[in-house]
Design a binder for this molecule. Structure first.
Ligand code: EPU
Length: 416
């Protein structure tokens, strides 16, 4: 298993190009199942999760051609309407094949995702929504079996805001008969990116970007081209890194208009930013200020940035409070940060952080994707060596992170 060795204390200086967003690319790849035409995608990031998704899609008979950041999909020969446990257990986003397969072929068999390091993460809302669209769903031996003659439009109000739930139901509704209304829909920019691709494929969707999506089903969708939106979480992760180490970096290929909540907190931290449409220059010369926040759905503060901001808070010039409201167990990084000398206590879903003068490097263990990123940030700021184990979590969702960090002066290397 690969590890990352970091010698902390270096200022970060230079340029970073941000990749396409993981959480947009994964549903967008599944949209290739909805049509027999070519779906041509650009800005697809090099991630382990993308490779897993392409493997899963390939097993259905979807033709996949990959050349750098371009992926071309063709769904004219899909013949296996299944997502097996072996792949689903490694990536929960595999559930996103359920809606498209069912809508286009009237049948799907998808393994139930199991538990997860950050919470129980059930998929009951995906199932409830598809049932409302007329699917017959049974669960047997760990698999979801879904069947329908033709999905029929319906009004669906999910019990909570769910990102992949909205995406699954949105894709299914594009090919349902009649009108579907998705109330309480997730407004994350990644949902909007998927909706924009679906419209380019001939879907009729209004209310894009709002919590009420109205879809008029069409008999079929056609091929289209699309460039995956920039990864706002990757961008904000690099900004947290420079906030923690000090330095002067410029991010390219960003979408600053979808990062308000994180950018506001970074300003509060004391990061000096010069923001253009798709670039951010970020300079930091002082000790960070502590920031208190609670995670919420978009446009609120993203849960996927909670751990990285906590890393900055550990060395801030004061105390802060972080409340996680989306997932019930997303504080696994706390104990690891404390191993580096941080002073964090938790009470339920709130963490209380007292900024310390200096973190000190130590061996630590990555537990999930964003926790891994937060440990990289802590390691970059710490004195001495930090060895991060289990970094396959990081590779799932960050495109060559250590290479990008090396290019801006970090002392970080991968140990095979
Ligand atoms: N939930 C249910 N039932 C459902 C669906 C969700 O109870 O049927 C609950 C979840 O357990 C959670 C809350 O609703 O407590 C929100 O979960 P959501 O469904 O929105 O999460 P997700 O779609 O599984 C996506 C991202 C996550 C990100 C969350 C929240 C993808 C592939 N994943 O997950 O990304 O944290 O939305 O924004 O889009 C990551 O990138 O590190 C990551 C975990």
């Amino acid at each position: 298993m690969d590890k990352l060795l970091i010698t902390g204390g270096k200022r970060l200086v230079g340029d970073v190009t941000i990749s396409g967003a993981k959480n947009a690319a994964l549903p967008i790849l599944c949209a290739g199942l909805l049509t027999a035409g070519d779906v041509v995608l650009d800005n697809v990031p090099h991630l382990h999760d993308v490779a897993t998704m392409l493997k899963l899609l390939g097993q259905t008979g979807l033709a996949v051609q990959q050349d750098g950041e371009r992926v071309v999909l063709n769904g004219s020969a899909i013949d296996k309407l299944e997502a097996p446990y072996e792949l689903v257990k490694t990536m929960r986003a595999s559930i996103l094949v359920l809606g498209p397969l069912l809508a286009r072929f009237g049948e799907a068999k998808v393994s139930l995702p199991g538990g997860c390091a950050i919470g129980s993460r059930p998929v009951d809302q995906h199932i409830k929504g598809l049932q409302a669209l007329g699917a017959e769903i049974t669960i047997d031996a760990g698999y979801i079996y879904a069947k329908c003659k033709k999905l029929k439009g319906a009004r669906i109000v999910t019990d909570m805001i769910t990102v992949t739930g909205t995406e699954n139901l949105l894709m299914a509704a594009t090919l349902a008969e009649g009108e579907t209304i998705l109330e309480n829909a997730a407004r994350e920019p990644e949902v909007t990116d998927l909706a924009n691709l679906l419209v380019a494929m001939g879907a009729q969707i209004s209310g894009i970007g709002t919590d009420r999506l109205v879809i008029q089903g069409v008999p079929e969708l056609h091929g289209a081209s699309h460039s995956v939106i920039s990864d706002r979480i990757e961008a904000a992760t690099f900004l947290c890194a420079v906030a923690a180490t000090g330095g002067d970096i410029t991010l390219h290929n960003t979408r600053t208009d979808i990062m308000d909540a994180a950018l506001d907190k970074l300003r509060e931290i004391g990061l000096q930013m010069t923001i253009d449409k798709d670039t951010i220059r970020a300079q930091m010369d002082a000790r960070p200020n502590p920031v208190t926040f609670r995670t919420t759905e978009y446009p609120g503060f993203p849960t996927d940035m909670q751990a990285q901001f906590m890393a900055v808070n550990t060395i801030a010039n004061g105390a802060s409070r972080v409340t996680e409201t989306i997932f019930e167990n997303r504080f696994m990084h706390v104990q690891e940060m404390n191993r580096l000398g941080a002073a964090i206590e938790t009470d339920g879903n709130t963490a209380f952080i007292k900024g310390v003068d200096q973190l000190v490097g130590a061996p630590v263990m990555a537990t999930d994707l964003r926790a891994s990123a937060s440990l990289v940030i802590a390691g970059l700021a710490a004195k001495g060596e930090t060895l991060i184990d289990r970094i396959y979590h990081l590779d799932r969702g960050y495109d060559r992170m250590e290479v990008k960090l090396q290019a801006i002066g970090a002392n970080i290397s991968r140990i095979k």
